[in-house]
Design a protein. Structure first.
Length: 122
């Protein structure tokens, strides 16, 4: 609802549509950029923080594409954080290592069905 009586219904719908797009953008920022809190209350500070987070996300995405890994971006970023203070070669070795486990999970043993016996027979 609005108290702007000078706008038509179409204009109000357009304003709410744009507002919703802004809300979706900030939801995406919080989920993907790990930016749950904006540190500044000034517009320039907010823009700087969002710009830096987008730049870091873009650089991580470029690095993921150049390394040609099949890992998700989330797993790739987790490895980047873990190997932040180690050499790049160690990071690439861990990124491209093969899985050690060959198990496909717990295998269920089939339960044999019990045979019915006829009570009349002895």
């Amino acid at each position: 609802m609005t108290t702007r009586w000078d706008l038509s219904a179409e204009q109000i719908m357009e304003l709410y549509r744009h507002r919703w797009m802004i809300e979706i953008f900030f939801k995406w920022v919080k989920q993907h950029l790990k930016l749950p809190r904006i540190w500044s209350t000034k517009p320039q500070g907010m823009c700087n923080q969002i710009f830096l987070a987008l730049a870091a996300y873009g650089l991580a995405l470029i690095l993921q594409l150049k390394s040609r890994t099949k890992k998700t971006l989330w797993a790739f970023l987790r490895l980047m954080r873990a190997y932040m203070y180690k050499s790049y070669n160690e990071f690439l070795r861990e990124l491209n290592r093969t899985k050690r486990k060959t198990s496909h999970g717990r295998k269920k043993i089939p339960i044999p069905e019990e045979k019915e016996t006829a009570f009349g027979e002895i």
